[in-house]
Design a protein around this ligand. Sequence first.
Ligand code: F6R
Length: 247
Amino acid sequence: MKVVIKDNFELAGKFAAEIISETIRIKPAAVLGLATGSTPLGVYRELIRLHRESGLDFSGVTTFNLDEYAGIKPDDPASYRFFMEENFFRHINLKSKNTNVPDGLAADIPAFCREYEKKLALCGGIDLQLLGLGANSHIAFNEPGSDFKSRTHLQKLDWKTIEDNSRFFGNNPGLVPGHALTMGIGTIMEAKKIILLASGRGKADAVKKSLEGPVTQGVPGSVLQQHPDATFIIDREAAEKLGKAAK
Ligand code: F6R
């Protein structure tokens, strides 16, 4: 696994955006796996800038988001569909029909999850997956203990995740949905290339365990040590506890 340490959040985001834009330039019909949350915001800002100022063309690109809260409407401001539209999709020339975010309102969730996997496979799989990292080291919403072979499924969220994400729900953990639809670890690991972005001291423990600890289902991020082309792009604060991986 490669580790790239940047001085701050902004530079880390720019570096990740450069890798994504290079992927699209080489393969205009690239399939991108995308994340939400605070971490990728700088990446999306930079990609929007590259679209506006350098003509980065998303017209052939297809996207699959990692996750969505169960029971949430797509136009709810706390939904991940809404997040993606607001922070990325509506600012670029990506075709709406080529964007995929799990449906939080799916009536038959297992059937929806199977379809999501099928659609992903029909598109040829993910060329480049962008990931964040939970403070508890989750990737997508695969919480500690998740099976490394898991596919897209309904996941019960850990209390730590509910607390961390309550900032998007008026700081009220009681309003955060208890479950989410998420790509599985097995799904994520099939991406041809993975970049994981992490920023800030709050992620330093999870970064250290994922990069330098044993590969274990107790630390979902550690599975990336087994991926042939995974890069952690982190800022100085998130790298603070690293030993050998920072050398
Ligand atoms: C979001 C996702 C999550 C986040 C993680 C970090 O789509 O898959 O795994 O990447 O919870 O969230 P932030 O970036 O808000 O700290």
